[in-house]
Ligand binder design. Structure first.
Ligand code: MG
Length: 462
């Protein structure tokens, strides 16, 4: 009996070595408009996210993790290309995102994470919201993904007459759910429309189902799944199983359903013994959409939300899970969604031309080999202008502006506003006068950065 146990132990050792030696799998769970303060592991008092909390406890929870822009389209372009959207025409002052009548999209000249990983024969799937061009030439299958299934833009687009006005909350309770028929958004499978209007009450579950199916089908080779939930962007929808389940109202129901899906994905990885060789990342495309009140999320103690370059617009939860790869802990270093591309390539042994990227390789921090992130600055672009820059704890605002009719009016500052984000995470106390030398340094950093950006054709205005 004892020799059998030894053989079993050896077999499992060989199996786990095999797992570790194979190129790692990557799953990115990307939420829409979920704020920095919306998860229980980031301090929300009435939303329960036990599976995400588990991911954070077993992996790394980043507290200074940023998006490339504070609205959907440019933020998604940044994640998938590792480049600031101002470099590829995916950012505009006239139209901040793509719409169903837009003619542009992510240019063919860009190289996505999926295209890089294909160099090592990865199976690749995009599931969920795309929003980088819904015309055939811009769809995920033209950008390195073997397959696509999802709503190609925001879930409130194609709204029909009589759809609810989320800004007039007096007649809209925190538990309100609209009718599916009020939003005539399609579901695209690869390049064909397969459903319209999309049944959004089941969309979160179906995105999770598709992800799990893909993992099962491709468990024998390395895979990359980009799972971009349409929710919790308004209008909010939950399935029968989750609707009414959260004390936070339908916003909490939506997060409970997303969280449940994350738990099912982790369980599947464990069941298939892929957990030691897979990295799962959970994050959001921008901060909460504040004018929608109880139907929008929360940035916690960060200032402002979606659309703005205050912290609430651009700092989001960033959780990395991968028991065989990621060293557990809370990380207060700087990171960004643009860093995923070089980080994944580094973990997969794929060369990238770092000079073409705005992303940095975070893998030494993930693996616990370094306590210092390769990223030392964050550039906050809005509408093709550099509004602010962060280096270390210091952030200088050259332009400040609220968004969607709330927050401060647009103001260009002759002397930038200066905040110390560790002492003052809510950006309340401008201390530029006390630190002119820091302001000078940040202005120089910003100027050098601006010079690196070359004009390109604007895709959002096409
Ligand atoms: Mg968004």
């Amino acid at each position: 009996m004892r020799s059998l146990a030894v053989i079993a132990a050896l077999m499992s050792l060989v199996f786990s070595i095999e797992q570790i030696e194979a190129a790692p799998n990557f799953i990115v769970v990307f939420c829409d408009d979920l704020g920095y303060g919306d998860l229980s592991c980031y301090g929300h008092p009435s939303i329960e996210t036990p599976n995400l909390d588990r991911m954070a406890a077993e992996g790394q929870r980043w507290t200074n993790f940023y998006v490339g822009a504070s609205v959907c389209t440019p933020s998604r372009a940044a994640l998938l290309t590792g480049r600031l959207p101002v470099r590829n025409g995916m950012m505009s002052a006239k139209r901040r995102v793509l719409f169903p009548n837009s003619n542009g999209g992510l240019p063919e000249s860009e190289t996505t994470i999926a295209e890089y990983l294909r160099q090592k024969d990865y199976a690749t799937a995009a599931i969920g919201k795309w929003h980088l061009g819904h015309l055939p030439e811009f769809l995920p299958t033209k950008h390195g993904f073997d397959t696509y299934w999802g709503i190609p833009y925001s879930n409130d687009m194609d709204a029909l007459k009589g759809h609810p006005n989320y800004r007039q909350q007096s007649h809209l309770s925190a538990t309100y759910m609209p009718k599916i028929e009020q939003y005539n958004v399609p579901i695209i499978h690869d390049d064909k429309e397969v459903e319209r209007p999309a049944d959004q009450t089941t969309i979160t579950r179906r995105y999770t189902d598709k992800t799990i199916d893909f993992i099962r089908e491709h468990q024998k080779k390395p895979f990359f799944v980009y799972l971009a939930h349409n929710l919790p962007h308004i209008p909010l929808f939950a399935s029968e199983e989750f609707y009414g389940s959260s004390p936070r109202g339908i916003y909490g129901d939506v997060l409970a359903e997303i969280d449940h899906g994350v738990g099912r994905i982790l369980d599947t990885l464990e069941e298939l013994e892929l957990d030691q060789n897979t990295v799962v990342v959970f994050t959001s495309d921008n901060g909460p959409w504040l004018p929608f009140q109880t139907h929008g999320g929360s940035a916690g103690l960060l200032r402002e939300g979606k659309g703005s370059t205050f912290e609430g617009g651009m700092r989001v939860p960033g959780i990395f899970w991968g028991p065989g790869i990621v060293e557990p802990g809370a990380v207060h270093e700087l990171g960004a969604t643009m860093d995923l591309l070089p980080t994944f390539c580094s973990l997969a042994g794929i060369d990238v031309d770092a000079s073409s990227l705005d992303g940095h390789d975070l893998s030494p921090v993930l693996k616990g080999e370094s306590e210092e992130s390769a990223r030392d600055a964050v550039f906050y672009w809005r509408e093709e202008k550099l509004y602010a820059v962060r280096q270390g704890p210091w952030k200088a605002h050259f332009i400040t502006q609220g968004c969607y009719g709330i927050g401060p009016k647009k103001e260009e500052h002759e002397t930038p506003q200066l905040y110390h984000l560790e002492h003052d995470p809510s950006e309340e106390y401008n201390i530029a006068e006390r630190h002119p030398d820091v302001v000078d340094d940040l202005e120089r950093l910003a100027e050098a950065h601006r010079r690196s950006v070359k004009p390109v054709e604007n895709q959002l205005e096409r």
